[in-house]
Design a protein. Structure first.
Length: 284
């Protein structure tokens, strides 16, 4: 693996997670590419990164010169042919066919040496890699929101992932200042499998009118959590959280303990997606 100053990292998806990952890579000294399908999406991602870095400067966590260097290190693109890198991280919607398609195209563009890493929350890496010519180069690298703050990442080895790929991903995690744990290729891996019930049970309590949203959040926060489940769903994105639950539910053959909530589905259908839309379980 190249040293960080020469390491080229491409991030697919300029949403909250993708822009956060690109910011982390740029701050660590890597050259970064931020890709999305529309100019407005990429522009929005760059604005998020700029605002986040400004907050870092105001809080004294990022120096002004570091902010400028990081922003200059990120190249926004909308053409897939421009995505040429040593490490490619996808942070696109939880759609298996879409992930397979974009990785197959990028494998042809980048050749046999590029690492293809998925930030998927729930989809097994083995399934994503099954269509690739070099499935050994594909692994999971799951970040947590907000990516520039949360230190933990999960590294997931698919059935065909090579040991060399895992070692390179471990080294990359160190370069960008993350604490990596290795997980087996199972739906939800470690954190999302455990955390799913934090959301699902809270939604069941709401559905059964045992307590309201504010009460549930306040009680959870009083036990030491920084955020209650509903505030956290709004931060993550109600639609993103719902999609993860759906994926887990289907991956575990409709196991009732992962059943999605009708209340959450209605929020998504109404466009109440959380902070990013101005309204979720709370108004912003």
């Amino acid at each position: 693996m190249a040293d960080k100053a020469n390491l080229r990292v491409a991030v697919l998806g300029a949403g909250t997670m993708g822009s956060g990952i690109a910011q982390v890579c740029a701050l660590a000294g890597c050259k970064a590419i931020l890709y999305d399908v529309k100019e407005e999406f990429v522009r929005g991602g760059m604005e998020r990164i700029g605002n986040s870095l400004k907050q870092g400067v105001e809080k004294g966590k990022v120096k002004s010169e570091e902010m400028k260097i990081a922003l200059d290190a990120i190249k926004p693109v909308t053409e897939l042919k421009e995505v040429k890198a040593d490490i490619i991280i996808e942070a696109i919607p939880e759609d298996l066919a879409l992930k397979q398609k974009i990785f197959s195209e990028l494998e042809n563009i980048n050749g046999a040496k590029a690492l293809l890493l998925s930030n998927t929350s729930t989809i097994p890496i083995t399934r994503i890699a099954s269509v690739l010519k070099n499935p050994g180069n594909c692994a999971g690298l799951h970040f947590f929101n907000p990516a520039h703050i949360m230190k933990l990442v999960e590294i997931i080895a698919g059935e065909s992932t090579s040991e060399d790929t895992i070692q390179q991903v471990r080294k990359f995690a160190e370069i960008i200042g993350k604490k990596a744990v290795l997980a087996k290729d199972s739906p939800g891996f470690i954190v999302n499998r455990v955390a799913r019930h934090f959301y699902v049970e809270s939604l069941k309590i709401l559905e059964e009118n045992i307590a309201d949203i504010e009460t549930i959040d306040q009680l959870i926060q009083s036990t030491g959590f920084k955020m209650g489940p509903f505030k956290l769903m709004d931060l993550i994105g109600v639609d993103v959280n719902f999609a993860v639950t759906q994926s887990m539910y289907n991956s575990f053959h409709q196991d009732s303990k992962f059943r999605p909530s009708r209340i959450q589905q209605q929020k998504v259908e109404a466009g109440h997606l959380g902070r990013k839309s101005g309204r979720g379980f709370y108004a912003y």
